[in-house]
Write a protein that binds this ligand. Structure first.
Ligand code: FAD
Ligand code: NAI
Length: 508
């Protein structure tokens, strides 16, 4: 009885603490404190992008030390790990978007934001040329922003490897609009397949959902789409049951190359059970509006051309360098050997520049282009900028003390000397910022049927696991990683809504 009583009291206390914490978080989000105005004598720090890298930097940056300006064509942060759940409606779009205005309004000193695309970084003139590419344009929609310090976090664009027809016919899965487009296209294919007197051949084509790229984006989306079919579409549109198919096409011999062999095999077996057709060693060479042409490497090493008709094609073959980055690389001879993005040193300073840093997918480092890397780089740069500001402040104080000590005499001078020594020690301590080092926490991916795979770093070792328990871990990990309490609550509500009512099958 005593233990039951303790357990009850513990749960009760936890529930109260949880509720108070939630209420406080909501209050803090809704009612931000007054902000101080930026000091014009301070240096101008321009940050490009509002993704994982830039937002992690903004989160930890003491904005009162600089005049901070953020430039991005997107006025929100997107929690990409849950993006593959959006096209099927498992998670709603707005649940994984956090308005940048919220993030900036919570900083101590105010930050300027321009919704625009940086079209050119002029390293010699130290300006960024920006363009308002939104639908509504004012009289001025192109201008220049000068900078003292610049952080480039513009991410990457979709790789197509110049394969003809991809841009014209395929959907990508990188931005929130891509998720909208896929959702619309899938439902359109289904309703068109059900059109009166539709031929069987055309019905099969329309209901063939092809995903190209067996990296984590392609795998997670294929799994979500098959779940959508099994849980909802089959029930509400029974006519598609025998003809709806999901195919995953991958050029390499297996999917998820960054996971361990056991997890690759587990994923491929799970896909087999789910009836997702996995076509490995199949390299897409051409895309038309109705079919893809692929080159298949057969077990004996010979190649065969295959035509694969499709209704909806999702292209997820990784990253390519953005034009603005390619242009900056062209201005710097030190970048001539870099291919994947801006080459940076161990403090993320762009090679060949002074006062320009790059982070995340637009930089070329030894790490994979992931959110984990970008956000750790952002946090590192915040520490670096805070340290730089602190050093500058201490050095100004030191100069002042030096002046005073020259004029002081006796005990006063001794006291000042002591203070100078203390400040000098503090400066050398603050200056000891070690270079950026990435700490890998592991990789996670959803593979459908309420299963996930995880390669987790565990006490300097590796823990590979897959299945339903891993799925619970996947869910709790992603929930805790969501940007804000608001995002967490919305995602949780979406998951509950899908469990209770199923996914929405209407076309937007
Ligand atoms: P991004 O987050 O892409 O942000 C780039 C920002 O720059 C955006 O705000 C964009 O609007 C802005 N921008 C673009 N062009 C310009 C310009 N010219 N001027 C100014 N601003 C510009 N990684 C993981 O670690 N775990 C995961 O589970 C995971 N899941 C993913 C799922 C999907 C579907 C995708 C597509 C990626 C996923 N990733 C994941 C990878 C991860 O999202 C990226 O590595 C990460 O977003 C990189 O951060 P970033 O800040 O470099 O770029
Ligand atoms: P990716 O680069 O990881 O995988 C792309 C795949 O497409 C490759 O396996 C490649 O062989 C294949 N491919 C390329 N061209 C092809 C062609 N013509 N025909 C057939 N296949 C072709 O790309 P992805 O999945 O978009 O991921 C990008 C980055 O984001 C990666 O670093 C990844 O780790 C990260 N990410 C991480 C996730 C997670 O941890 N859960 C989820 C999504 C992305």
């Amino acid at each position: 009885f005593r233990y039951v009583k303790y357990a009850w009291r513990g749960t009760y206390t936890l529930a109260i603490v949880g509720t108070v914490w939630l209420a406080y978080s909501i209050y803090e989000t809704r009612f931000p404190k007054e902000q101080t105005e930026p000091d014009p004598t301070k240096k101008t720090l321009v940050i490009l992008g509002s993704g994982w890298g830039s937002v992690a930097l903004l989160k930890k940056l003491d904005t009162e030390n600089y005049n901070v300006i953020v430039i991005s064509p997107r006025n929100f942060f997107l929690f990409t790990p849950l993006l593959p759940s959006c096209p099927t409606g498992t998670v709603e779009h707005r649940s994984i978007m956090e308005p940048l205005r919220h993030i900036l309004r919570h900083k101590k000193a105010s930050v300027k934001f321009y919704e625009a695309e940086a079209t050119k970084i002029d390293n010699d003139r130290r300006v960024v040329i920006i363009n308002d590419n939104s639908d509504v344009k004012g009289e001025i929609h192109q201008t220049e922003v000068p900078f003292d310090y610049l952080v480039v976090g513009v991410g990457a664009e979709n790789a197509t490897f110049g394969i003809p027809g991809v841009r014209e016919n395929a959907c990508f899965l990188k931005e929130i609009n891509d998720a909208h487009k896929i959702r619309k296209k899938v439902m359109d294919c289904i309703e068109t397949a059900m059109f009166k007197d539709q031929t069987q051949e055309e019905k099969e084509r329309l209901l063939h959902m092809v995903v190209v790229g067996g990296g984590p984006t392609g795998v997670e989306f294929a799994a979500e789409l098959q779940d959508f079919f099994e849980d909802d579409l089959k029930k509400w549109v029974p006519g598609i049951t025998g003809d709806f198919h999901v195919t995953l096409v991958e050029a390499l011999p297996n999917v998820l190359p960054m996971f361990s062999k056991t997890l690759i095999e587990y994923t491929e077996q799970t896909f087999k059970d789910e009836k997702i057709d996995v076509r490995t060693k199949t390299m897409v060479k051409n895309v038309t509006d109705k079919y893809i042409e692929a080159e298949v490497t057969k077990p004996d090493g010979t190649k065969e051309k295959q035509i694969i008709p499709y209704g909806c094609l999702v292209w997820a073959t990784g990253n390519a360098v953005r034009n603005v980055i390619r242009d900056l690389m062209g201005q710097l001879p030190q970048q001539k050997n870099s291919r994947r993005g801006l080459a940076v040193n161990e403090y993320l300073v762009v090679d060949g520049t002074e006062g320009v840093w790059a982070l995340g997918d637009c930089s070329a480092t030894k790490y994979a282009p992931t959110a984990q890397v970008a956000s750790q780089q952002g946090a590192f740069l915040a520490r670096l900028f805070n340290t730089m500001a602190r050093t500058q402040a201490l050095e100004t104080e030191l100069d002042h003390l030096d002046e005073l000590s020259k004029e002081a005499k006796g005990e006063d001078q001794e006291a000042l000397e002591k203070e100078i020594q203390k400040k000098s020690k503090a400066i050398s301590k603050v200056k000891q910022l070690s270079p950026f080092e990435y700490s890998h926490q592991g990789s996670l991916a959803y593979i459908g049927m309420d299963k996930a795979v995880a390669d987790i770093t565990w006490f300097n070792g590796n823990l590979a696991s897959g299945g339903s328990l891993t799925y619970l871990f996947w869910r709790s990990a992603y929930l805790s990683m969501c940007f804000s309490t608001r995002n967490r609550v919305l995602v949780l509500m979406d998951w509950l809504k899908v469990k209770v009512f199923g996914r929405d099958v209407s076309r937007e």
